[in-house]
Design a protein around this ligand. Structure first.
Ligand code: C5P
Length: 241
C-alpha cells in the first residue's frame, strides 16, 4: 500500500491518503504535547509504543464486536486504517474522578464514579476543547441525535471491554478519550488511537501513573518507562516477536 498526500498533520500523528481511496495510513510520530500543544517534546520510540498498543487494543475491541478503523500494522509506528469522516467530538469516559473533572467540579480526586461519566468535548485547540451538550452539538451541526446516542452507547461498551483488558494486565483504567468517524454508509466506527496518550492508567498495586499524565506533570524522564511497562504488560510474547 503506497502512501500518498498528507491529509491531516495532527499534533502527534500524520494521516496520509493511499493508493486505495477507502484506506489511510496513520503514522504515529514521537512527538508528545500537552496544554493544547503549547508544550512539545520528542520522546524516542513513543510512536512505535503507541501504535503497537493501539493496534492490540483495537483488535481486542473488534473481538468484542466493536468496529474500529484498524486494518493492520504496516510498520511498528505505521497503521493502515479504514478511511473515516472523523467527527470532531472527544468522547471521554471516567471511572475515577481526577484531572479536569475535579478542577471544574466539587468532586474529590479519586472518587469512584459508578455509573461512569460519559462526557463530550468539542475537538478544537483554538477553543480549548470546550465541553459539549446535546443542544450545542446540534447547533454546531457536527452530529445528529441518533449519532450522539450511538456514541454514548459505544463509549460504554468500549469502557466495559477496556476495563477488563487492562485489569488482566494489573492496570486500573481511570479514564480515557476516544474519537469516532463515519464510514461511506454513515456507520459510526471507532477511530484514532487508544494508548497511554489518551488514557489515564494506574498500576493496580501501587496506584502509580503509567500514562501521559507524567508528562503533563513535568516528569518527562519517567514517561517512556511507563509506556514501555504498559506495552510489556498488554502485549503477549507472540505479539512482541
Ligand atoms: O484532562 P481530562 O481530565 O479532561 O482528561 C480525561 C481523559 O481524556 C484523560 O485520559 C486524557 O488523557 C484524555 N484526553 C485526551 N485528549 C484530550 C483531552 C483528554 O486524550 N484532548
Amino acid at each position: 500500500m503506497e502512501r500518498k498526500e498528507l491529509i491531516n498533520g495532527g499534533k502527534v500523528k500524520s494521516v496520509y491518503n493511499t493508493t486505495d481511496e477507502d484506506k489511510v495510513i496513520i503514522e504515529f510520530r514521537d512527538d508528545m504535547t500537552a496544554g493544547d500543544g503549547e508544550r512539545k517534546e520528542v520522546m524516542n520510540k513513543k510512536g512505535c509504543l503507541n501504535a503497537v498498543i493501539s493496534s492490540k487494543i483495537f483488535q481486542y475491541l473488534e473481538s468484542k464486536g466493536i468496529k474500529t478503523q484498524f486494518i493492520e500494522l504496516l510498520e511498528n509506528n505505521v497503521m493502515l486504517a479504514q478511511k473515516l469522516d472523523m467527527i470532531p467530538i472527544e468522547v471521554i469516559v471516567r471511572n475515577i474522578a481526577t484531572g479536569s473533572l475535579v478542577r471544574k467540579y466539587p468532586i474529590e480526586d479519586g472518587t469512584k464514579l459508578d455509573p461512569p461519566i460519559v462526557q463530550m468535548d468539542y475537538k478544537d485547540d483554538e477553543f480549548h476543547d470546550p465541553m459539549l451538550n446535546y443542544s450545542i452539538i446540534k447547533a454546531l451541526g457536527i452530529a445528529t441525535q441518533d449519532e450522539i446516542d450511538i456514541l454514548v452507547e459505544l463509549a460504554g461498551k468500549v469502557n466495559d471491554a477496556l476495563r477488563e483488558f487492562f485489569d488482566q494486565a494489573g492496570i486500573i483504567l481511570v479514564d480515557f478519550k476516544i474519537e469516532f468517524g463515519r464510514d461511506e454508509e454513515g456507520n459510526i466506527i471507532l477511530g484514532d488511537e487508544i494508548s497511554p496518550d489518551s488514557c489515564r492508567l494506574w498500576d493496580k498495586e501501587t496506584l502509580e501513573m503509567m500514562d501521559k499524565e507524567l508528562f503533563r506533570k513535568g516528569k518527562d524522564d519517567e514517561v517512556m518507562d511507563a509506556y514501555l511497562e504498559v506495552y510489556n504488560r498488554v502485549l503477549s510474547d507472540d505479539d512482541k516477536s
